[in-house]
Each structure stands twice: as C-alpha cells, then as structure tokens.
Ligand binder design. Structure first.
Ligand code: BG6
Length: 512
C-alpha cells in the first residue's frame, strides 16, 4: 500500500491551535447531568479544552438532574475525565478544574427547583466573577426539552442580563416531522435562533469537517465530483456495539431516527453540497438545505430494515436485540437501516446514493465511498478474456472513524512481462500525517457554542428538511411491521436483503 508523504511542522500545528479564540467567562449548566453522556463525553471534552488552554479562566460547570448526588457528582466527573478522557489521575490541572464543578438536584418541572437554580447560578457567577455568560446544555431524555426550555424562560434565565445566554439541545430533535416542528416552535418562543445550538456531534469530528476541506481546498477533485464521473456514492455508519443498556430509548428510536436522520444525513450533505460562498454558518446551512430539499421522496421499496439476533462480535458471544435489557421480546424496532436515494439537481441527477447504518455489525466503520465510472474500454488484459466489468473502479474512500483518513484506489501495472493491472491504494492517515488521531467532536462543538459560532450546528430548517425525508419511511414501516425480525446475526453485515438491494442495481457494498 502506498502512503502519501504528508508532513506538518510542529510550528504549523501550534499555529492552527493558537488561531482559536478563548470564549468569554461563562457557566456551563448541564441538564440530565447524571446520564452517561455527561460523564463519558461532555466533561472529558471540557477538560481537554482546559488542558489545551481554550477555556476562559473564569469558568464553572453546574450539573442538574433529579438524583440527589451532592458532592459525589464532582468526584464522579473526575473519574469520568480520567477514564473516558484518557487523562492521568494526577494531571496538574485536574483538581482545579474539578473544584469548579457543582451539582443541583431538582425535578425538571419543579418551580422551586428553578428558583433555587437561578440563585445558585447567581452566587457562582459572583464567586468566580463570571459576568452573566450562561451555556445551558440539554442532555436529558428528549421528552423534557420543551419543559426545561419553558421553565428557563418563565424564570428569567433565557435572556442575558449581561453578556450572553445560549442553549445546546442534544439529539434526537423530535421523533418525526410534526414533533420536530412543535419543538422548534417551543424553543423559538423562548430563545432567539442565534441563541440555539442543535448539536450533532458528527459535525464536530475533524474527519467530517475535512470532507469540506478535501473538496474545496483542492483543485483536483471538484471537477470530477458530479454525475459525469461518479457512478454512485455509499455512506456506511457501522457499529459493532449494541445498544449499551439504552433499551427504553432505543425501543422508541431505532436506527433511522437514532443515526440516519441526523449523523448520516449530515455526512450526505457535506458530500453532496455545492461550494458555499464562504465558510460561515448561514452560507453552509443554505447549501446543506438545498441538498436535502433536492432529495426525491424515498419509497419504502428503496429501504431495507433489520434487527440483530444473537451472534459473535469480536470473538465474544452476544445477545440478540430482543434479549437485551428492557427491550420487548417481540420488538419490531430496527437496529439496521439501508436506503437508496436520488438527489435531483444538476450535479447529481441519476447518481444513486446508498446509505446504511446498523448496530452489532461486523466491525466499527463509518466511511464514505465515492465510486467512479469505469474507463470507456479495456486496454489491458487482466487474465485471458476477463470481462470488461472486472476492471476495478477508482474509489475515493473517506474513513470518518476509526483509522481516520482518506484513500484513493486506482490501477497500477503488475510487474512482469504481461500488461496486466491491479488495484492499489494511496493512503492518507490522520495519525501519520498530524501525529494525532481526530477528537470525538464534543470539544470543538462546546468551544464553538461558547464562542457563539453556529456553523457546525443544525438549523431549524435543516432539522425539518431531514425529518420530512424520514417521516414517510417511518410511517410506511409502522404500518407494516417487519415479520422476519431478527433477520441478521450479530457480527454479520446486516440482513441478506441489504446485499440484494445493491445487487439489483449491479453494485456491491464496500468494506465488509
Ligand atoms: C449517537 C447514537 O448519536 O451516536 C448512538 O445515539 C451511536 O446510538 C452514536 O452509538 C455513534 O457515535 P460515534 O461518535 O461513536 O460514531
């Protein structure tokens, strides 16, 4: 395998980091703080920012949840930062950072709880001389989003007395088009759009942002990036993990709502959008929405759904979905979804996009494959009478995770007297090129929200556009519950129908 010679000097890497601005002093208030996300992702991400010198000195974190955790909360977060964030337990900045964490127990619909929360925030503000900056992070179950938003408004916490107030809202943002619209209406009643940050952590991943850099910072790819040269596009979001104890959430969600409506559709928009006129929130959002709106309605016959049964993953035997904790033993929730769609615009008309996402698949791999059309004729003999179709196509594959990087597959002459060719890869790998693997996404997005930069967040129109595409599929599936579940073994690559789905078009999934 050929490897690209990419090198970046330590000075250049340092300059890229020091271009970051430091946000204003603020208190980050996390609702639903007793959940997994806070401990595994949010606090480690905040601490990584602290380590990188990217947090303001005057800063505090307040966790809010129902359970009476008291001082145990800060200790638990310390544990999360060490285990989830790969931080040394005696890291020099850790104690100081943990000292800025406090906890407030309340029910999310309790008037008194909000009165006390406001007092607590005011006193923390005074103690650390913060000056009014507030970032509310809604990481609760989605059923509480509207309630919390209204209570913040009713208790005078949605408007800045001094400085700014912003709110980050976790996914899922609604569970269909109607509920997403209602939630948007609720949120927009209390907060102005420029205060709202609908988070999709995929947009914080370096490899996802790099799709735009790859396309628009280079002159050689964009001329080929269209229907004249591209045969089709595949986007795979495969996880070997199961539902990790999130039975009640996943039962109401399924793969389409959990990852396709958001993460996969975001990837699609970056791959397919037109060059924006500048790299700013509004121009990027406009281009993304144009892509989603150009997608033709997706018919049920252009979808495949699946659910895993028992199987073997990474050498270990694992349960089937219906045997997971707090899952209905007759559940018809899909843990796998595949779609074919068409973007009817000048660039993409006639190019199929195949998307798939699933739990408990053969390996963890999020990847975008751009498959190019074949050369017009076969000039070299790859084995006597080899059919024309056996020439391997050129492929650009963007590995979002793991092994983050990009490779280009092309044909090269096999050494020897025969004029025969075979495929080789030219490979760019983040770790080799930059000495670091890309971060999980939350660092960048938390920092951007503190800075008020919404470029990498979802906008109201975008959320509704993607739900408009998913809702008819969800309705068709609900009207006709799957009878063949479970239809794939854990550790496989999904149901057989998923392979047949592409075979019908004379194509194959890559990367399995
Ligand atoms: C979350 C989903 O949004 O994304 C999870 O709710 C999924 O089910 C996760 O596992 C995948 O994120 P990542 O960053 O591990 O690819």
């Amino acid at each position: 395998m050929a490897t690209t010679e990419v090198s970046i000097s330590p000075e250049r890497l340092q300059a890229a980091h020091s271009a970051e601005r430091i946000p204003d002093p603020c208190v980050v208030v996390i609702f639903g703080a007793s959940g997994d996300l806070t401990k595994r992702k949010l606090l480690p991400a905040l601490y990584h920012l602290e380590q990188g010198g990217l947090l303001p000195e005057k800063f505090a974190v307040v966790g809010v949840a129902r359970r009476p955790l008291g001082d145990g909360f800060a200790a638990d977060m310390r544990d999360g930062i060490v285990k989830g964030g790969g931080v040394e337990a005696n890291d020099p900045k850790l104690d100081g950072f943990v000292g800025k964490i406090s906890y407030h127990a309340m029910n999310f619909d309790d008037h008194d709880g909000y009165v006390k929360l406001k007092d607590l925030l005011d006193s923390i503000d005074k103690k650390h001389d913060i000056g009014g900056g507030r970032l509310f992070y809604l990481a609760t179950a989605p059923d509480y989003f509207a309630e919390i938003i209204h209570q913040l408004g009713a208790h005078g916490m949605s408007r800045a007395e001094k400085n700014w107030v912003r709110v980050i809202i976790e996914k899922p943002f609604g569970h269909d088009l109607q509920s997403a619209r209602e939630l948007n209406d609720d949120v927009n009643q209390i907060f102005a759009e420029d205060q709202i940050f609908r988070i999709d952590h995929y947009l914080g991943k370096e490899t996802v942002q790099n799709i735009l850099v790859f396309r628009f910072a280079n002159g050689i790819f964009e001329p080929l990036w269209n229907r004249n040269f591209i045969d089709h596009v595949q986007i795979t979001a495969a996880e070997s993990m199961g539902i990790e104890g999130r039975g009640p959430f996943y039962e109401g969600a399924g793969a389409l709502r959990d990852v396709v409506q958001n993460h996969v559709m975001e990837l699609l928009s970056f791959v397919a959008m037109e060059p924006p006129v500048s790299f700013e929130a509004r121009t990027i959002r406009d281009e993304k929405i144009k892509v989603w709106r150009a997608i033709q309605p997706i018919l049920a016959q252009d979808t495949v759904r699946g659910q895993y049964g028992p199987g073997t993953v990474d050498g270990a035997e694992v349960k089937g979905y219906r045997q997971e904790d707090r899952v209905n033993p007759q559940s018809t929730t899909e843990t796998f979804a595949a779609l074919r769609l068409q973007i009817e615009n000048w660039r993409w008309a006639g190019v199929p996009f195949y998307l798939r996402a699933g739990k408990r698949l053969g390996k963890r791999s999020t990847e975008i494959t751009i498959q190019f059309k074949q050369p017009p004729m076969r000039l070299f003999n790859n084995g006597k009478n080899a059919p024309y179709e056996t020439i391997a196509p050129n492929i650009i594959s963007m590995r979002i995770q793991p092994d983050d990087g990009i490779s280009l597959r092309f044909d090269a002459k096999v050494p020897g007297p025969a004029m025969s060719s075979c495929s080789v890869d030219m490979n760019f790998n983040y770790k080799d090129a930059f000495g670091v693997s890309s971060a999980n996404g939350y660092e960048r997005l938390l920092l951007d929200a503190m800075l008020g930069d919404a470029t990498l967040f979802a906008h109201r129109d975008g959320v509704e556009a993607t739900w408009a595409l998913m809702t008819p599929i969800l309705q068709a599936w609900a009207a006709n519950p799957a009878k063949d579940f479970p239809n794939y073994a854990a550790g496989s690559w999904g149901p057989k129908t998923s392979d047949e789905f592409l075979e019908r078009d004379g194509r194959k999934w890559r990367n399995q």
